[in-house]
Every structure is written in structure tokens, then in C-alpha cells.
Design a binder for this molecule. Structure first.
Ligand code: ADP
Length: 404
């Protein structure tokens, strides 16, 4: 089955055409700066990627370009849109309604719209993607895959905030988490690498990219996660502050005369690695600056690793132990120095990194020492494949139901 995976952002449209049974990406690309005069479209895999300046007033126009390139570009992977069997959409916020991926119908669309209050930019963008697909491919089944649904298993003691209960009732303010598709994928793959059933394992999964989140997965069930009502909570990130004393917010608003949207901007776009180092949100630049003697860059590095370390400790306590710690995304997969700093000093907890394995490059692999009670594993994340797989399974099931 060929599944078109769509990840629509407020000004972007990312896509992959995946042949599920072959586990193969047969086309991919991204339309960026959708709606602005300098929009462009990147299409193609690795060295075959081409960048085309293109006018696209909205997501509908971007979708038309994407579909055209899938069937008409030089290396077009398919001859007609009939070769697309299903579409999988990444949706950021599924709220309390969606604890798993679902076939999209009018009711699902209405609920995604209703939940936009909790993730205004993201859910509205996803809806634009869905509507564009409905227009250009009205007969192809579509599935919604939510970033939050993996965390619907969290117990109330983990997802509630100690605020007046009425705000939960009135506004549904609670922890929803994010990056769920990635945490689900890497936990499933980790079980394969460990050659043990997921249901027998206590895992701590760490998605460390520009956005960072960690979760505690106890016998296959997510029991806690670091992101909250929004993806701002938890770990220090590229430009996001993560958890801070909430009293800092009114303090800054008063003393810096900031509006709510300005203070939101400070916490989301000017903090984290960028805010502390003053150099960049990109860990490679921060690392280079710290190695060149920049003290603030070194501090940013130290704070980032300390932030991950604290969640490791917390989640070991939450689960009463851990069998494996799983790392993914740009930093988790690639930065040996950050990994060294995260695991330094954790030997008393039975967590021992193998320095040599940590230096080696590769795909899915263990990097813990042979005498480490807790395994440390790297799993390159693949959210698109997970979305394609969910879509494949749900569409197949719905077709069987229809035949019966
Ligand atoms: P996102 O998808 O959240 O934008 P990524 O998963 O691509 O982010 O991760 C981006 C982060 O990964 C950046 O901070 C970048 O510096 C870091 N990164 C990528 N490659 C390396 C590397 N080889 N060494 C250190 N950091 C790296």
C-alpha cells in the first residue's frame, strides 16, 4: 500500500510517499514559507533533491504542487494519483478525544477544530492539509495520527496540574504531552533490538532534537512524559525554556512590560540553548563555541545535559527501575559529547556508557557497557513510517469491516 504522509505546519507542508510493506520512502519533500512571496518547494530523496521557487498562496496550492511533482517530475514515483491508496495526517493535539489514530470523517474534523484552542497554530494547519487533500483526492481514505494519543494512558496523578480543579473542568487544562508518535516508535523498536516483549520492559525514551521530550514507558504503557499542556514544558530545548518557576512569568511581564504574546515569544523562541549561550539554538554551534572557550555556551551545554539527567532520575523513581534508556532525534542520535555528559556519574544507578560504542556511528544500536545493568540504545526516529503504518492498518481494517 502506498501511503502519502502529510505533516502540515502553519507555513509548511511536509510529505512522504511510503510503500508500507516494503518499508520504503518512494518520494518526499517540503513546501516552505507557504503563503509568502519567497515560498519554495524541495522535492526528492537525498542527492536527487531539487529546490524550486514556487508561488503557493495557501496549503491548497501547495498540495496541488506536491501532487503534480509526485506524478509529473522527472523521477516521478507514480503515474497517477490512483496509485496513492491512503493518506496519513500528523495532528499535534488530539486532546481527550483520541487515544489512538482514527479514520477521518466529519466528526473527527470537527473535534480537531474544537481542539485548536489547545494548539492553535498546529491543529488549524493540519485542518488546512486535510481540506486540501479532500479537494484534490476526494475518494482516498485519510487517517489522523495524533502526537498526544500515546500519552492518553497517563494516570491522573501524572497528567493533572495542582491548580484549582475548576480550570481542568472549564478549559481541559492538563498534561497532554507531545512527540508521542516518536516515543511510541522508538519504544517498539527498542523492544525489537533488546529482543524482549515491550510488555516486559521499563523504558525511558528521550527525544532530543530542537524540541526535547522524555517519557516513562512501563510495560508498554506511557505513565509520564515531560511535555505538558503544550510542548513548552519539561526539558530545556533549542529555543524553549522548558520547566521554569511559573512566578517568573508575571515578574517578567511586569518588569519588562511584556504582553502575553511577547512573554510567550521569550519562552518559546528566545530561551533554551539560544537564550543561555547567546550563540545558537543549534547544539553543534553551541558545542563549537564552548570548545572555543565561550563560558555561556559551556553553561548551556551543562544545563541541557543536567536537565535530561534529572528526568532520568525522576522516571526511574516513577517506574521503580528501568531496563533501558532509548535516545533519538538530532542530538540523541548524533551528539556523542552530550551523551557522555548525560550519563556521566550514573554508574551507581547501574547505567554505564561504553565510550567506544558511544563514538561509533550507525543505525539502531546499543551503546551501554557490557556490565551496565541498564541498556542504553540509540534508535533513529521515524515518525513518518509510524504514521504510514497506522494508516495502513486502519484502512485495511476498515476495508475488511466494509466487506463483512
Ligand atoms: P527537529 O526535528 O526537532 O527540528 P532534529 O531532530 O533535527 O530537530 O535535531 C536538531 C538538533 O540536533 C540541533 O540542535 C543539532 O545541532 C543537533 N545535531 C544534529 N546533528 C548533530 C551532530 N552530528 N552533533 C551534534 N548535534 C547534532
Amino acid at each position: 500500500m502506498n501511503v502519502l504522509v502529510i505533516n502540515a505546519g502553519s507555513s509548511s507542508l511536509k510529505y512522504q510517499l511510503v510503500h508500507v510493506e516494503n518499508h520504503a520512502v518512494i518520494a518526499k519533500g517540503i513546501c516552505e514559507r507557504v503563503g509568502s512571496a519567497n515560498a519554495f518547494h524541495k522535492h526528492g530523496i537525498d542527492e536527487n533533491e531539487v529546490v524550486i521557487d514556487a508561488q503557493m498562496a495557501d496549503h491548497d496550492a501547495a498540495m496541488a504542487l506536491v501532487l503534480d511533482s509526485l506524478i509529473n517530475s522527472d523521477d516521478a514515483p507514480i503515474k497517477s494519483l490512483d496509485e496513492i491508496d491512503a493518506i496519513g495526517h500528523r495532528i499535534v493535539q488530539g486532546g481527550k478525544y483520541f487515544d489512538k489514530s482514527v479514520l477521518i470523517d466529519d466528526d473527527v474534523i470537527e473535534k480537531i477544530d474544537e481542539l485548536a484552542e489547545l494548539a492553535p497554530l498546529h491543529n488549524k494547519a493540519a485542518l488546512m492539509g486535510i481540506r486540501a487533500c479532500q479537494k484534490h483526492m476526494p475518494n482516498i481514505p485519510m487517517v489522523a495520527v495524533f502526537d498526544t494519543s500515546f500519552f492518553q494512558t497517563l494516570p491522573p496523578k501524572a497528567y493533572m496540574y495542582p491548580l484549582p480543579y475548576e480550570y481542568y473542568e472549564k478549559y481541559a487544562i492538563r498534561k497532554y504531552g507531545a512527540h508521542g508518535t516518536s516515543h511510541r516508535y522508538i519504544s517498539e523498536r527498542a523492544a525489537v533490538v533488546l529482543d524482549e516483549p515491550l510488555e516486559d520492559l521499563k523504558l525511558i525514551t528521550c527525544h532530543l532534537g530542537n524540541g526535547c521530550s522524555m517519557s516513562a514507558i512501563d510495560h508498554g504503557v506511557a505513565v509520564d512524559t515531560s511535555m505538558g499542556l503544550t510542548p513548552l514544558d519539561g526539558l530545556m530545548m533549542g529555543t524553549r525554556c522548558g520547566a521554569i518557576d511559573p512566578a517568573i512569568v508575571p515578574f517578567l511581564m511586569e518588569h519588562e512590560n511584556l504582553t502575553t504574546s511577547e512573554v510567550n515569544d521569550v519562552m518559546n523562541k528566545k530561551s533554551g540553548l539560544l537564550g543561555i549561550s547567546g550563540v545558537s539554538n543549534d547544539l553543534r554551534s553551541v558545542r563549537d563555541a564552548s570548545e572555543g572557550g565561550n563560558e555561556r555556551a559551556q553553561l548551556a551545554y551543562d544545563m541541557y545535559s543536567n536537565s535530561v539527567k534529572k528526568y532520568i532520575g525522576a522516571y526511574i523513581a516513577v517506574m521503580g527501575g528501568v531496563d533501558a534508556i532509548v535516545l533519538t532525534a538530532g542530538v540523541g542520535e548524533n551528539c556523542e559529547k552530550m551523551r557522555r555528559m548525560i550519563f556521566a556519574g550514573l554508574q551507581p544507578l547501574g547505567i554505564i556508557l561504553d565510550e567506544e560504542k558511544n563514538r561509533q556511528r550507525g543505525f539502531e544500536r546499543e551503546i551501554s557497557a557490557d556490565n551496565s545493568a541498564v541498556k542504553i540504545i540509540i534508535i533513529p526516529t521515524n515518525e513518518e513510517y509510524m504514521i504510514a503504518l497506522d494508516t495502513f492498518r486502519i484502512v485495511e481494517e476498515s476495508e475488511i469491516d466494509r466487506d463483512i
